[in-house]
Design a binder for this molecule. Structure first.
Ligand SMILES: Nc1nc(=O)c2c([nH]1)NC[C@@H]1CN(c3ccc(C(=O)N[C@@H](CCC(=O)O)C(=O)O)cc3)CN21
Ligand SMILES: CC(C)C(=O)C(=O)O
Ligand SMILES: [Mg+2]
Length: 288
């Protein structure tokens, strides 16, 4: 049975912040991860473009397309009925024009079945955010480390450490709230900056590598379950070692097959003795 009984909404998110209740967000990319996130009690699921890295094996999130996100969002919505689902707007889906931005955000809702969309960026995406919100689509902002900017940043690095960049992120957060965002993800910024932003906003902040001063937390499910054998960001905590567990299971299966220990009667099907005898004599008679 689902732990979360009522689906989080934009209104509920604000209430949770006011009541000091931390918001729990987790990524999911398919039916089983959505089931686990929902049954585990997440308030929100993010179909992140990180799927390009943890599911599709790319080096960055840049190759991820609208079709990829829609395809995976459909699987996630089939796996979770009572959790608010946010889908990432992928690279190039909101950079060309405002009409194209609204169209793409709308596709994530209409085709994917998401409840809200997330968009990376600050002042440069305000026009797009306002237009999406005007269409009735809840928007989550994303500041600090914006992985879609990796080639300009020269790597996945902590942001907002100096005065100028910290002030810029702070101002961008206020502008995103004014533009109608229902929450803002803060990625890889110093904890004191997260605190300042969270205190000055009415909408909740959701941190990843942003310390304990955000109004909620988000992690990539493959990181926290330990499903990946790739590098892990330092901020990601492993609550399980599933890659190791799954590899051991595969290894045990391989050994049992090679040693003829699997399958046993338990995993096999019987045939009526009479039927078998008739079959054997018929095969003999026809001399196959
Ligand atoms: N598996 C996975 N987990 C994530 O959290 C994640 C993704 N993929 N892909 C999209 C973005 C990219 N993210 C990342 C990826 C790597 C680091 C990382 O390695 N950071 C260094 C610090 C780098 C520095 O500041 O010098 C670290 O040691 O954590 C950080 C964020 C977060 N997101
Ligand atoms: C890291 C989170 C915030 C994200 O944007 C993603 O998973 O794509
Ligand atoms: Mg993302």
């Amino acid at each position: 049975m689902a732990v979360t009984t009522t689906k989080a909404t934009t209104v509920k998110l604000r209430e949770m912040k006011q009541e000091g209740k931390k918001i729990v967000m987790l990524t999911a990319y398919d039916f089983p991860t959505a089931r686990v996130a929902e049954e585990g009690g997440a308030d929100m699921i993010l179909v992140g473009d990180s799927l390009g890295m943890v599911v599709l094996g790319y080096e960055t999130t840049l190759p991820v397309t609208m079709e990829d996100i829609i395809h995976h969002t459909k699987a996630v919505t089939r796996g979770s009925k009572s959790t608010m689902i946010v889908a990432d707007l992928p690279f190039l889906s909101y950079h060309i024009s405002t009409p194209e931005t609204v169209r793409n955000a709308g596709r994530l809702i209409q085709e994917g079945g998401a409840d809200a969309v997330k968009i990376e960026g600050g002042r440069e995406v305000i026009e797009g955010v306002e237009a999406i919100v005007r269409a009735g689509i809840p928007v989550v902002g994303h500041l600090g480390l914006q992985p879609q900017m990796v080639n300009q940043l020269g790597g996945f690095k902590v942001q907002g450490k100096d005065y100028e960049s910290a002030l810029r992120i702070f101002e961008d957060a206020l502008m995103l709230q004014a533009a109608g965002c229902c929450a803002i993800v803060l990625e890889c910024i110093p904890t004191p900056l997260t605190k300042l932003i969270s205190e000055h906003l009415d909408i909740p902040t959701i941190g990843i590598g942003a310390g304990d001063t955000a109004d909620g937390q988000v992690l990539v499910i493959h990181d926290m379950l330990g499903i990946t054998d790739r590098y892990m960001p330092r901020f990601a905590k492993k609550y399980s070692e599933l890659f190791q567990e799954m590899t051991t299971a595969v290894n045990n299966y391989a050994t049992e097959v090679r040693d003829s220990l699997f399958p046993t009667a338990q995993h096999s099907f019987k045939m009526n003795e009479d039927v078998l005898e008739r079959l054997k004599s018929e095969i003999n008679q026809r001399s196959y």
